[in-house]
Design a binder for this molecule. Sequence first.
Ligand SMILES: [Zn+2]
Length: 324
Amino acid sequence: MPDYFIGIDLGGTNIKMGIFDENVKLLNSISSPTNAQEGPDVIINRMAEMSRQICAENDIEYASLKAIGVGAPGPSNIAEGIVVAAPNLPKFRNVPIKQMIKDRTRKVCVFENDANAACYGEYVVGAGRGADNMVFLTLGTGIGGGIITNGHIIHGFMDNAAELGHIIIEMDGRLCGCGQRGCVEAYASATSTVKRAVEALQAGRQSSLMEIYKQKGTVTAKDIYTESAKGDALALEITEGTAKALGILCVSLLHVTGPRRILFAGGMIAAGDALLGRIRHYYNKYLWPLKPEQMEICFATLGESAGMIGAAALACEFGNGSCL
Ligand SMILES: [Zn+2]
């Protein structure tokens, strides 16, 4: 009887669940609104019900489900499987999610932070495949990240490693949401990219973005890339600023972890080569000339499924122990 694994991405809006074979091949997926206000008991009960449902719907005997991997947001205690706090799951305070899932499903559960899970997904079946040393960055409201070194996710003391968005790239620079100044997130997340453009428009800079800003009261990262492709000077300047911040970040990451590959994910990668080419340009510009580096900078390929896939890959890799 073949073994099966479940990967769960617990988000503030949706619970995404996939059922996978032992090669981490996705067979089918389902999702359900999280309804975060219902709190951990109800939500984790729903996850357990969904586990049984996805097996039944795919004619998989529940007994051949070997392990469940779950990725959840926010600071956590990985070894103990505890969500310490999650900004978009306000009732999740010190929730022993791993034990709760195990109790409700009678399955082995493997727990990971959601950005690390997405990183692991890209490593196992996405654009990081074959790169035992890699860094994963996701550009969204903030900048999330994960680091793989010699095939292992780096957790650090107190599980607080890989807060890559809060690496400082400018002394006394822009104020970040975290309270520090000069974090890369304060320049190059999708939100900060938009914020820098809006600040320039409010300061009276001429730009084709002004029409959009007047109509919608804001602009999107997509608007900025569209207008920069048309040659608008301000949009180009903002795009260059984002790429420069990320290129400098890549230089620092090279010097810290020595990755084979750095992957960028998140909605902003829809900007395509306009963004990737510029990040590579600034990386090369600021990188030391001492020796040729073989590091690659690429886009991730799994999109929003990365966290779910990574959770399943972790279940596959570490879920065979008999902790029942
Ligand atoms: Zn910060």
